[in-house]
Design a protein around this ligand. Sequence first.
Ligand SMILES: Nc1ncnc2c1ncn2[C@@H]1O[C@H](COP(=O)(O)OP(=O)(O)OP(=O)(O)O)[C@@H](O)[C@H]1O
Length: 739
Amino acid sequence: MVHWLKWMPLWCCHDSIGKAVGKSADTPESVASGEPTRIDDKTKIIDTGGTTAISFVTLSINQKVQEKLSRLGICNERDLVLHLPIRYEDETHLFPINHAPQGRTVQVEGVIVHNEVMLKPRRQLVCKITDDSGTLCMRFLNFYGSQIKTYAVGKRVRLLGEIRHGFFGAEMIHPKCRIVQKGEPLAVAMTPVYSITAGLPQKILSKLIQQVLNGPLNASLLAETLPDKIVRKYQLPGFEQSICILHHPPPDTPVDLLELRTHSAWQRIKIDELLAQQLSMRMHYRERRSRKAPNLPQKQTLCQTFQAQLAFSLTAAQRRVVAEISRDLASPHPMQRLLQGDVGSGKTIVAAMAALQAIDNGYQVAIMAPTEILAEQHFQKLSTWFEPLGIPVVWLSGGQRKKAKQMVLATIESGEAMLAVGTHALFQEQVSFYQLGLTIVDEQHRFGVHQRLALRTKGAQSQPDSMPHQLMMSATPIPRTLSMSYFADLDVSIIDEFPPGRSPVVTKLVADSRRNEVVARIQQACHQGKQVYWVCPLIEESETLQLQTAMETHENLSRIFPDLKIGLVHGRLPAQEKTDMMLRFKQAEIQLLVATTVIEVGVDVPNASLMVIENAERMGLSQLHQLRGRVGRGADASVCILMYQQPLSEIARKRLKIIFENNDGFEIARQDLHLRGPGEFLGARQSGIPMLRFADLEKDGALLTTAQSVADEMLNDYPQWAQRHVQRWLDDKMEYLRV
Ligand SMILES: Nc1ncnc2c1ncn2[C@@H]1O[C@H](COP(=O)(O)OP(=O)(O)OP(=O)(O)O)[C@@H](O)[C@H]1O
């Protein structure tokens, strides 16, 4: 893997913030010592192995403040420069009270004509202010006794805040308020407001930023990283100019453009950020194309025999993606392809065909799934498919007995096992492949970057100079803008067609108070020979509580329906019991399966056609869509009943409406992204994907397109500039580079 390099040296001086703020930044010891500090060829580059290290060069900041800064993601001078305001306070204009625009922060001035501590509807200080145009109330809910005196009748005040119409008519709640003299001059510039953290006030942060902007590093920190030709071609303002405008907007800058982030200075910063992301993705892509991978051409033998055995023929979409993957495998460079397809669209068979192509060439394949149930199911399915072809398939999981595990490990190492299916256990240290040619990761977003890398490096053990191919699968569709940015280094295949004969699942929303009707419906369905899932509520705070609820539900349903065969499956069940239970359900020995959300991904029992999900209001959209996807996999018309508890929160109501109205996973994903934002959507915290800070993919689609064009031009014509640009923006956050 390419290591990410830091361009700031690591030494830092510990001093007090008092000194740091008071001291002139242009006489730092570190600079005086003549150490290199520029983003150019002379830069001293220290490889920190990808960890963020605090490395202030010119500022002396004590450790406590450093810790606070690091909470804001600020670890060096460059981070301070890029810590841009979240909003601005405009004290350069005064609005007459009655003509001040609503819905934004404004400044007004008036004389206090009334001042009173009110006790109803709650205790608060209320002051009435007038100017020539009208009257306004200012209210302080938590106030100091001294404020009553400060804001005495007759005082002239300037208020900065948002005017709303409330209990007291036009009012400002908790405005920024100061006493002024008549005719006092207005501020000459807007005040930037930064995101801060406890114990680190605005004043100190602004001062530190100011010190850096005026300090000895400014030339390198503000240096242009785009060639002049590109700046002119795309009519971009300069980097330095943009940073200065954003930290210190000149008096005539329209505040709306700044706040809405449509000002050209913001556009430049957003393009720079998107460009860095695009460049790093492309660099990664190129780097991958320069590596070697086993050449696994389509041999037709196994694949053809396999297809001839199948009870169905592939859909056109499946054939298309199989061909795309097949082409990649035949190339001498490692494939890194993301296979997207809605729940039940038939990804497993595509994975099987890819595996066969590798095996046909004498290479081993590893298939990794995030849960034991899913991995076990893949194992069952692939064993049934592959063993008639004489291909040994093995199973590896954390819960396996030591002796069984050792036997499996031995067959993987000797090359006897051609296909290994398993969970996280597959990338543990003791696993060693004889000749791994392809890794397939199901539900890829549930694994972190490092976990996927760990599996891939298993290939390098047998052939140090080559990497195995990798196929990643996901049933959570990734909306286009996200895949254009965060997944731009991957090739993407999409299955956009369902196997024939499926009818969409009918979704019903039922309040928990109508539970009896739901229970009656289940009985009826079971008597008609259908199979039913009953999914118990997700209780995030406590897995034990969730388990308890599932057990109680199982007991209750067993009491109500003594004649039905009812099973229970949950995460704490020993692996073998889980497998047995799923098998019995699959073989229709069980009619009603009570389950926790462990069945969420991949479980495939085509005969199950009714699902009840309790407390659906607690679940996220993609989870609901995944769960619902467990039914509607066979020819029978299927129903999913979403039970919810009232009252519903606003967000829960929105989610239930979306899932009720939509069956298409891509549309659900699009709306989910809109509701939650990219960070939550991509599970950035778990997967370690660094999020964009300034660009908003929903609003800045056009900038993304520009960034893509600029990235291509820079890599072709100005590769050194490209390197420098990426360094400025990503430096240690190089996990944009996926493995
Ligand atoms: N071309 C096809 N014709 C008929 N049935 C098919 C076809 N392809 C797959 N199937 C069947 O459709 C069902 C769903 O397939 P599969 O489990 O591969 O879906 P999936 O995309 O992995 O879904 P999920 O994301 O929910 O795991 C399976 O029972 C599978 O055998």
